[in-house]
Design a protein around this ligand. Structure first.
Ligand SMILES: [Zn+2]
Ligand SMILES: [Zn+2]
Length: 119
């Protein structure tokens, strides 16, 4: 199963805004039309009190990644609900596959002759 996602450039930036479908993405990190983040990356960040500096994981994720492959935290696309929860999509794809199986399989017709009927 391959999960749906968005097409990204080599820097992890969406080619088309994943929320409003704005096609004018000219750099930056956020869509100029709807303000959503257009880079799918790890959202994990915090403050290191030992080093006394903020940190962030910042790992660039693939277009369909819900979670960071390095630390397991949510990605920006998933946090912004641009990607469906995996279990929701999983369910949808199973239903779709079942439906297409039914459609492609030849209809089995059952013939009942008059003699088989009890009246
Ligand atoms: Zn947008
Ligand atoms: Zn991470």
């Amino acid at each position: 199963m391959i999960y749906d996602g968005f097409e990204l450039d080599s820097k992890g930036r969406a080619l088309i805004c994943p929320r409003c479908s704005n096609e004018q993405i000219n750099g930056g990190e956020f869509c100029k039309i709807c303000g959503v983040t257009i880079i799918n990356k790890c959202s994990s960040s915090g403050y290191d009190t030992y080093k006394n500096e903020p940190w962030e994981c910042g790992t660039i994720a693939e277009g369909n990644a819900r979670y960071c492959i390095k630390c397991g935290e949510k990605t920006t696309f998933f946090e912004n609900e641009l990607l469906k929860a995996w279990d929701v999509e999983h369910q949808e794809k199973i239903i779709k596959n079942d439906a297409s199986d039914l459609f492609s399989s030849p209809q089995k017709t059952v013939h009942i002759s008059d003699e088989d009927l009890p009246f």
